[in-house]
Design a protein around this ligand. Structure first.
Ligand code: PXP
Length: 256
């Protein structure tokens, strides 16, 4: 288990978000592919942590996944969730190493923006404290914005996770100038947060791919990057040819 903070980190850690293994399972309503097995493969391959998002609509990760993963994890579990009473109850039972509070809208495809911490410091401060009283470290998923960083510190969060979605989107749109501007915004946010509270863990994530991760990973002071969709997408192609070979072997097994 890694407990060093970002001050000791030369390179950020990798937290793998395995939600989309569950997306594939839920699309068929069967019991495979198993997020638990995905977790074990990721850990064996060197993932530093595992992230799952238990959404209010249960569109991918289910409650039983959370319990199974928490029971079997050998690294650290980061449970993403909305700041609701239902999720508080679950988190206090499961006691993940981290909880990352995210905004959630039913109609969104993914977590589209950061949490507006500045607009709800008093409520979030209490919520963060309740989790911390259960021994859980709390991270707040925010846009790379000084006002949100100040508010997160005011809530006594242990960590912030900076939303890299806008940076990723500009890159996908091949808008190099805007991509650089978003990168600078993230760099500024990391520097600002480090100065404002040197004890704060600073994470980042959303939309990161093999193509755009390098510039983010190079930012001094980042503790962990949380990556899901692109990594699980890469896994499809990394594994597809072997899956064809294995299926053919299964088809022809009794004809040898
Ligand atoms: N961090 C947070 C807080 C998220 O909500 C998500 C998406 O669930 C991620 C990181 C990972 O984003 P992606 O799947 O685009 O890599």
């Amino acid at each position: 288990m890694t407990t060093s903070n970002h001050i000791d980190n030369k390179k950020p850690l990798l937290g793998v978000n395995i939600d989309h293994v569950a997306t594939l399972r839920q699309a068929r309503g069967v019991d495979y592919p198993s997020p638990l097995r995905a977790m074990q493969i990721c850990e064996k391959a060197g993932a530093d942590g595992i992230t799952i998002h238990l959404r209010e609509d249960r569109r991918h990760i289910q409650d039983h996944d959370v319990y199974e993963i928490a029971e079997n994890i050998t690294t650290r579990l980061n449970l993403e969730m909305a700041a609701t009473d239902e999720m508080l109850e679950i988190a206090c039972k499961v006691k993940p190493y981290w909880v990352c509070l995210v905004p959630e809208k039913r109609e969104e495809l993914t977590t589209e923006g950061g949490l507006n911490v500045a607009g709800q410091v008093d409520t979030l401060k209490d919520y963060v404290q309740k989790l911390q009283e259960h021994g859980i470290k709390v991270s707040l998923f925010i846009d790379p914005d000084r006002e949100q960083i100040d508010a997160s510190i005011a809530c006594h969060a242990d960590a912030i996770e900076l939303h890299t979605g806008a940076y990723a989107e500009k890159g996908l749109a091949k808008d190099i100038e805007a991509e650089q501007a978003e990168l600078n915004r993230i760099k500024d946010a990391v520097q600002y947060a480090k100065k404002a509270n040197p004890e704060l863990f600073i994470n980042a994530g959303h939309g990161l791919t093999q193509q755009n991760v390098g510039a983010i990973a190079a930012i001094d002071g980042l503790y962990e990057l949380n990556i899901g969709h692109a990594l699980i997408s890469d896994a499809v192609f990394e594994g597809l040819s072997q899956a064809v070979v294995l299926m053919k072997a299964a088809m022809h097994a009794d004809k040898a």
